[in-house]
Design a protein around this ligand. Structure first.
Ligand code: NAD
Length: 266
């Protein structure tokens, strides 16, 4: 199926990470000029290797409003438009509520919430001008069904789903759709690993909850409970993101799409 993405302009935040790099590279493969945004300079170099000139590196801290505004100004000058925004950069955290420290509280608000809002604010005028927009929010199973021990992470993902739905209702009339993709666990594998599972507190609390003592055992246990008997991969997420970015998905708006093998069916 031709997705009709050739020559579209796309931007992916967190594009040096496991999931962001897979989506950004997928957009390049479909013919998009894709702006890979991250704060990890070396990671961006790795993610864009072999994908230039379609891949454009931009170092930008998405929590800094001025830097995000300047980034979109550069995009306006260089391309005159933007069609696709994939908000993917986020941080992980796991803790029990009584243990919440200000540092992680602030970090979650900054990256997972503010960092999804700023790029959206500055993408909208460019998308309105194009008469075409695809806002794609990388969410999580945790944004569909909160779990014990993940109050800040789950809370930030619920916030983002609400924000994305509000954007869908506000912007549909301009040809702009807004949807959330909610994947289940994506474990580190492949050339660029999804780094969420490098988080010590997430590992500790997940091990406690599942009664296991290693990541290998955790994966085995969770896969055995999954109806498809496997975990989510970056390709599973990339494929739905590419479809949502395309013309073909023009009537899918305000949805939260689970990519979880059926663990959260509805
Ligand atoms: N890996 C999983 O199990 C999983 C499951 C469901 C949802 N998700 C979601 O998928 C997304 C990506 O996860 P991942 O596992 O690929 O993570 P990752 O850590 O591999 O990638 C995240 C990227 O965001 C970047 N980043 C962090 N703060 C930033 C900032 N202030 N400005 C710009 N870039 C910044 C990091 O440098 C990193 O490259 C996240 O939204 C995460 O919540 C992950």
């Amino acid at each position: 199926m031709d997705l009709g993405l050739n020559d579209k302009i796309a931007l992916v935040t967190g594009a040096a990470g496991g999931i962001g790099s897979a989506i950004a590279r997928g957009l390049c493969e479909e013919g998009c000029k894709t702006i890979f945004v991250d704060i990890d300079t070396d990671g961006l170099k790795r993610a864009t290797r072999g994908y230039k000139p379609s891949a454009i590196e931009e170092i930008c801290d998405i929590t800094n409003r001025k830097k995000v505004k300047d980034l979109f100004k550069r995009i306006m000058i260089k391309f005159g438009t933007l069609h696709i925004l994939v908000n993917c950069a986020a941080v992980n955290s796991a803790e029990y509520i009584e243990e919440i420290q200000d540092e992680i509280l602030q970090k979650i608000f900054d990256v997972n919430i503010t960092g999804y809002i700023y790029p959206t604010i500055y993408a909208i005028p460019l998308m309105k001008k194009a008469g075409y927009g695809r806002l794609i929010y990388i969410n999580s199973n945790s944004g569909l069904k909160a779990s014990a021990g993940l109050p800040l992470y789950s809370g930030s993902k619920y916030f983002n789903r609400g924000f994305a739905i509000s954007a869908a209702l506000e912007l549909g009339k301009y040809g702009i759709t807004s949807n959330s993709i909610c994947p289940s666990d994506v474990y580190p594998e492949g050339e660029i690993e999804a780094k969420s599972w490098k988080n010590e507190s997430l590992l500790k609390i997940s091990f406690e909850k599942e009664g296991v003592s290693s990541l290998k055992e955790l994966i085995k246990k969770r896969n055995s409970k999954n109806p498809m008997k496997r975990s989510c991969t970056v390709d599973d997420i990339k494929n739905i993101a590419l479809f949502l970015a395309s013309e073909k998905a023009g009537f899918i708006n305000g949805q939260s799409i689970g990519v979880n093998g059926g663990t959260i069916p509805y």
